[in-house]
Design a protein around this ligand. Structure first.
Ligand code: ZN
Length: 153
């Protein structure tokens, strides 16, 4: 990676850390989940509003390192308006890029690509993927609620 690209990516991460997008709690969310990364001290909550199969709104709150916060902010911008399947696919590609397993997928990630350099710092992979794991957990929790027996009263 060229030094210029490194700088560009760093500025995206710093910007999202300083001014995180969609950084608020959500009263009327369909589902939410918390994520914790004890290794670094990152913790955050992700809220999702689902409109059928579409993630119509997403927000987060929490505290942690610049990577975890910037990653959560970039994620909310990336998955808003996407279908659940699209969001899960993005997670899978993002994970492949930050772990270094599939660096070639970075080109398909848009601004999420800014975090691809994390693959050189294995301890930071958990920071970068924390919000995504919480998003995934929130979707699963929503399914569990849907699948719960419904009272006929
Ligand atoms: Zn962290």
């Amino acid at each position: 990676m060229s030094a210029e690209l490194d700088e560009l990516y760093q500025s995206i991460i710093l910007d999202h850390n300083r001014r995180p997008r969609n950084f608020h709690a959500m009263d009327d969310a369909s589902t939410h989940a918390e994520g914790k990364n004890p290794l670094c001290g990152d913790q955050l909550t992700i809220w999702l509003k689902l409109d059928g199969d579409i993630i119509s709104d997403v927000s987060f709150q929490g505290s942690g390192c610049a990577i975890s916060k910037a990653s959560a902010s970039l994620m909310t911008a990336a998955i808003k308006g996407k279908s659940r399947a699209e969001a899960e696919e993005m997670f899978s590609k993002f994970h492949g890029v930050v772990t270094g397993a599939h660096p070639e997928d970075a080109e398909t990630l848009g601004s999420l690509k800014a975090l691809s350099g994390v693959s050189r710092f294995p301890l930071r992979v958990k920071c970068a993927s924390l919000a995504w794991h919480a998003m995934h957990a929130a979707l699963l929790r929503n399914d569990a609620v849907d699948a719960a027996p419904v009272s006929t009263e």
